[in-house]
Structure formats: C-alpha cells, structure tokens
Design a protein around this ligand. Structure first.
Ligand code: 13P
Ligand code: SF4
Length: 302
C-alpha cells in the first residue's frame, strides 16, 4: 500500500475519532491500518468497549451488525454492503421458531455467524471461541444450535452429557467444508502440527492436533515451541500468522478463500471512511432482543 494511502486513513481516523475493526480474514493491507484485528469474539468485545465516535467494521455483515448492537450510540459502517456470510444464510428466525415449538424445553444457542433477527430469536449467542463454554454454562440439557452443523458437532463431542439438536442439519461454511482427507495426509507428510477451525467437518477436526478459533490459533502458536504449523482455515489467517511468527513455518491449504471477506479492498475502506457511507441501522425490536442474546454471551464469557 502506498504510504500516502495509509497516512490518509490514519489522518481521517484521528479527525473523526474513528476506529477500524478488522477480522483476521481481511487482507493484510486492511489489517495494517486497523486498530483492532481479531476473531469474532475479540471484535465484539472491542466494539462494546470502544470510546470512538465511529466504528468501521471490515469483515462481513453480521460482524458490523454485532458491533452496532453492542455499541448503539456509535455510528457503525461497513465498507461493502453485500459482504455477507453464506453460512449465516442457512438460518432464519422462522426456522428457530419451528424448532422451539418442537422442543419447548430446549435453549436456543445461535452462532454469531447469523443475522441480527436470528440473534433476536435466540436465547444466547456464541462464537467459535466460546461455543463450548456457553453451552456448558446453560442449565438446559437440550440445546438447539445453529446454523453451523460442524461447530454444533464439535460442541456435542466436548459435552456428551447434553443433547445438541442442529438447526438446520446441513448448515456449513463452504470454505471449511472443502478440506479433505488428502489435505490432511499431505500435511502429515510435511510434519508439524495441524490446527483446524471448528467449522471444519468432523473428519478434519478428528484428524487435526488442535481445534481452535482464529484468535485462539494465535495464542496456541505463541505459546508453543513447535516450528511447523498447518492451518486449516481461511487463507488470510495464514498470511496473518506468517507475519506474526516470521521464525515459524506456517502452511495453509490451497483455495481456502472466503469470497465475501475478500470483497473489501483498501479502496472500499477509503471510500467508506471518507464519505461515511453504508451505515448500519438495526430496527428497534430486533435490537432489544438481539442485544439481550449478545449480552448473555458476553456475561458468560468473562
Ligand atoms: P472466528 O471467530 O474464529 O474468527 O471465525 C469467524 C468465521 O467466520 C470463521 O469462518
Ligand atoms: Fe462465513 Fe465461512 Fe466466510 Fe467465515 S469463512 S465469513 S463462515 S463464509
């Protein structure tokens, strides 16, 4: 990135008292000008605690919605309006209601990769970083969990004493779903440890050495003497890990690109922060219930 581009962004941020929050899957140029780079839980916490007047969320739509719900007095913007999450699209509030009617004794836990309307229809939200502890914290023995069937499966494996009912049964992230046994076998040939995101299918999770959210991946590598790591998640995370750990060998899996995360370019970010366009608005009824579900998650996480 040209030095004047990054200077321009920094100058506007100071003038507006704005902060840029970027997900670990954003391209390096965006991460470089961000104030916070993190996983979904870290971005949610940063949004809630921020004293900036303006938050620019570089990621996908549910992340910007979550930031607005957690800090409604701030103006929150997303550089690209249609940066969505195909996994989130598997779940609707209507489906949650259907499952609730069928299982009235169950608690509804929705993954943060979901619309604000789904969060409003749930009892509590979770991220990949805290899904196990959130489900564990609930008194309910039966949990309705969506939209990610792989994360739900992972939680079920960690907490066998509860019954996790997956809604819908086939919700998945296409980026993680594509990893294969061949990818694992290739990684094993090189040696080192395999780190996989919980959105990966069961076969990958079971063959990996450690299953972790993107934020936890950083901490795990930081605290280990292992030199070689195979990263089964989105490609930008591999780039981030390489820049954080230049002395380690960080290896990714081919074609693991989230097209929606890649929609946001540095030009989009400049346009957004210069013109203050694409402001997030959440309707009042949705806001109140979604906020309650998010607050329950944050209260149970700290
Ligand atoms: P993390 O919260 O682990 O960063 O995951 C978000 C996501 O969208 C994974 O695909
Ligand atoms: Fe959604 Fe998958 Fe992209 Fe994450 S990587 S934002 S789950 S489509």
């Amino acid at each position: 990135m040209a030095p004047d581009t990054s200077q321009k962004i920094r100058r506007i941020k100071t003038e507006l008292n704005a902060k840029i929050l970027a997900h670990n899957y954003q391209v390096a140029e965006i991460q470089d000008v961000a104030d916070v780079v993190g996983d979904s839980l870290e971005l949610a916490l940063a949004a809630k605690r921020s004293d900036a007047d303006i938050l620019i969320v570089c990621g996908v739509r549910f992340m910007a919605e979550t930031a607005k719900i957690l800090n409604p007095d701030k103006r929150v913007f997303i550089p690209v309006q249609d940066a969505g999450c195909p996994l989130a699209d598997f779940l609707t509030p209507e489906l949650i209601l259907e499952y609730r009617q069928k299982y009235p004794d169950a608690a509804v836990v929705v993954y943060v990769n979901s619309s604000a309307a789904c969060k409003a229809a749930a009892d509590v939200v979770c991220t990949s970083g805290n899904a196990v502890s959130i489900v564990q914290s609930l008194p309910h023995l039966r949990i309705l969990f969506g939209p990610d069937a792989n994360l739900a499966g992972y939680v079920q494996e960690q907490i066998p004493q509860k019954e996790i009912i997956i809604m819908p049964t086939d919700g998945h992230c296409y980026v993680h779903q594509q990893f294969s046994l061949e990818d694992i076998n290739n990684a094993r040939k090189t040696g080192g440890l395999i780190l996989a995101h919980p959105e990966c299918p069961k076969l990958i999770r079971h063959k990996a050495d450690i299953v972790a959210s993107t934020g936890k991946m950083i901490k795990i590598i930081e605290q280990s003497d292992e030199r070689v790591w195979h990263i089964f998640t989105e490609e930008a995370m591999v780039v981030r890990l390489r820049s954080l750990f230049p002395d380690k060998k960080i290896i990714g899996v081919k074609d693991a690109v989230c097209k929606d995360m890649r929609k946001t370019t540095i030009e989009d970010l400049i346009r957004c922060i210069t013109n203050l366009q694409n402001e997030m608005e959440i309707n009042k009824d949705t806001f109140v219930s979604a906020r309650r579900s998010l607050d329950r998650m944050l209260d149970a996480s700290v």
